[in-house]
Design a protein around this ligand. Structure first.
Ligand code: SF4
Length: 617
């Protein structure tokens, strides 16, 4: 193996000897799992979930977790040429030697890479073709909001938080091994299906209507739950957090310490799946965060602490936290960053407080170009908020502003698109006035709307690829001139994403067919090849338009309806109606529950830590 690594471009991706990597003795730890990130090392090592689960499993006696990533094309070529299997980083053992392989489903475009990894490991792609000696292949992460397109490849999925559920699974695997029952695959799968939060897709039958929609998803046998409810860590303060994470040798996407200040988001943007499936909001206590930050700094040597969450500026005591951290670590050359800002002046002042030295680009996400459309998506900001925030940013010395928008949102009209142009120009003019002498730039970055399960827009069609391209062209024509920049996402990628995100089990055939044609690492634009998918759909006779472009009946049964993330379908229907009426729904953080169903359904509550945030605005 070492010889092979001298022939690849970035061998440090595969060494496994980084600072803080854990090498537990194989023989002394009879339950062994590999966490497999279906993308390159640089992406996977920036993922907080990996760091959490790696730590939580390895701190337990009797079990170990190692890491594996998708190999770069050069190593893949060498492995195939030399008939060598894909291996874990820590012990360089073939993945087949582990009891459990856990994939995180972060993004639909990683599905072909999952197949590639299974193939490189020498594991049958189909769960039904695996036998006693093969590892259990399990999946987790946001893709499990609708895992049906990849269901035939997995033995089980975990819904929700993994800190408690994963060690429980491994403990169960350990006792089945001890009993000598681990080779009875049926028994193992039934045991997993009986654990809260675990979904074993092969134990469910999908029935279809004549029009191709799902008629029902039902358990195949007694004792298998009709609905699988997600796992939630009710109180993050009591949960494990990795304060001694692995420090990579090479530059990764996010080269910094991650301090998770809270989980969940209560804004209720109607397109946002993460905001729905990670509810309720659970904040960490300030004193705990300060202690964790101290340990992170001591154990890593990184020069930046990133305050991570879906919407960090919402954390009740964010200002205090940011200021204390900035003051405590300035001398040691450690800066603080806030990866997600809201479109408000408070966020800008906060960013200013922590980013004293480097004022690079400040990013905001108005998402839509008109107030009407921002109300439809429940974005909860108005033009004044946006202009005040950008004005503050220019005054504070930022020269570059980036604005995120989505094309193809439900009810979108041409004036909404022109609203994007207008807003960008007004912000640029403002920059010229408020940042005299400087050269302000405004970058407009647009993605295409992808309707996602568990959102108020899960019934909506996606815009056709041609329509998206026309809209991109319109924006490109108007967003020209000094100081203006425009970039966009490839429409075909968003189309495949839309097909897979609301798809059913039949799509697994297309994923296999696309992979056979060479599809892999498709999150990277240089590797995405649309023709692989076009041919895959032709070969399998599946119509991608059925999944992406169809407006779904309100009563339609969805492929994910037997899964339970706590959000009530009735709430989503209500939100959908309110969207079409242009009515906004308040954030439940302010005190009034808007009835999404999560808290009563899962027996949990919002955990807010109070503090001076409101008085500071
Ligand atoms: S149940 Fe109510 S309080 Fe809880 S997350 Fe939903 S809207 Fe907010």
């Amino acid at each position: 193996m070492e010889k092979l690594l001298t022939r690849v471009s970035k061998p440090a991706r595969y060494l496994g000897t980084e600072w803080n990597a854990i090498h537990k003795a194989w023989e002394e730890n009879p339950v062994r799992m590999a966490f497999v990130y279906p993308d390159l090392y640089e992406v996977g090592m920036s993922h907080l979930g990996l760091a959490i689960l790696y730590g939580v499993v390895n701190e337990r006696p009797g079990m170990l977790m190692e890491r594996a990533f998708a190999p770069g094309p050069d190593l893949e070529g060498l492995l195939r040429e030399n008939h060598l299997p894909l291996f874990s980083l820590e012990s360089h053992r073939p993945l087949t030697e582990f009891d459990v392989l856990g994939f995180t489903l972060q993004y639909e475009m990683s599905y072909t890479t999952i197949l590639n990894i299974l193939d490189l490991a020498g594991i049958p792609l189909m769960a039904s073709e695996r036998s006693a000696g093969h590892p259990l292949v399990i999946g987790g992460g946001p893709g499990v909001a609708n895992p049906e397109p990849v269901a035939p490849f997995f033995d089980a999925f975990l819904l929700g938080d993994g800190e408690e559920a994963l060690p429980e699974l491994l403990a169960m695997v350990g006792s089945l091994k001890k009993e000598g029952a681990i080779n009875d695959r049926r028994r193992v799968l039934k045991a997993i299906a009986s654990m809260p939060g675990f979904y074993v897709p092969s134990l469910y039958e999908v029935e279809y209507n004549n029009d191709g929609t799902v008629a029902a998803v039902v358990p195949r046998e007694e004792g298998v739950p009709e609905r699988v409810v997600k796992r939630v860590i009710p109180d993050l303060d009591a949960a494990y957090f990795p304060t001694q994470p692995i420090v990579p040798f090479l530059e990764v996407i996010h080269d910094r310490m991650m301090l998770e200040v809270m989980r969940g988001c209560t804004h209720g943007c109607r397109f946002c799946q993460a905001g729905a499936i990670y509810r309720p909001v659970r904040e960490r206590d300030l004193s705990i965060l300060l202690r964790q930050a101290e340990e992170l700094v001591r154990h890593t040597g990184h020069e930046e602490i990133s305050l991570t969450s879906l919407s960090t500026a919402d954390y009740s005591r964010v200002e205090e936290l940011a200021r204390v951290l900035a003051a405590a670590y300035a001398d040691r050359g450690v800066s603080i960053s806030l990866p997600s800002l809201r479109v408000d002046a408070f966020s800008v002042r906060l960013a200013e407080a922590v980013q004293r030295v480097r004022k690079s680009t400040l990013t905001f996400a108005p998402e839509a170009g008109s107030q009407r459309l921002r109300d439809v998506i429940n974005k909860g900001v108005n033009e004044e908020d946006i202009l005040t925030a950008t004005g503050e940013a220019f005054r504070a010395g930022w020269q570059a502003i980036k604005l995120y928008f989505m094309l193809g949102l439900p009810t979108e009209r041409e004036e909404d698109l022109l609203g994007i142009v207008d807003l960008a120009r007004r912000i640029l003019d403002q920059g010229r006035k408020l940042a005299p002498g400087g050269k302000p730039t405004v970058t407009v970055s647009v993605s295409s709307f992808v309707p996602k399960p568990w959102t108020a827009f899960q019934w909506e069609p996606q815009d056709r690829v041609e329509a998206i391209k026309e809209k991109q062209k319109l924006l490109r024509t108007h967003l020209k001139g000094p100081g203006l920049r425009f970039n966009w996402h490839e429409a075909e990628v968003s189309f495949i994403e839309a097909v897979l995100s609301r798809g059913d089990r039949r799509l697994s055939r297309a994923i296999v067919a696309a992979w056979r044609r060479g599809a892999r690492l498709e999150g990277w634009s240089e590797y995405f090849n649309y023709s692989c998918w076009e041919e895959a759909f032709r070969e399998t006779g599946l119509d991608p338009a059925f999944y992406a472009y169809r407006s779904r009946r309100e009563e339609e049964i969805f492929p994910w309806d037997h899964l339970d993330f706590g959000i009530a379908k009735d709430f989503l229907k209500r939100e959908r109606r309110r969207a079409w009426e242009g009515l906004v729904t308040a954030d439940c953080r302010s005190g009034r529950c808007t009835g999404c169903g999560v808290c009563p359904g899962l027996g949990v509550d919002l955990i807010l830590k109070g503090g001076p945030r409101d008085s500071a605005t």
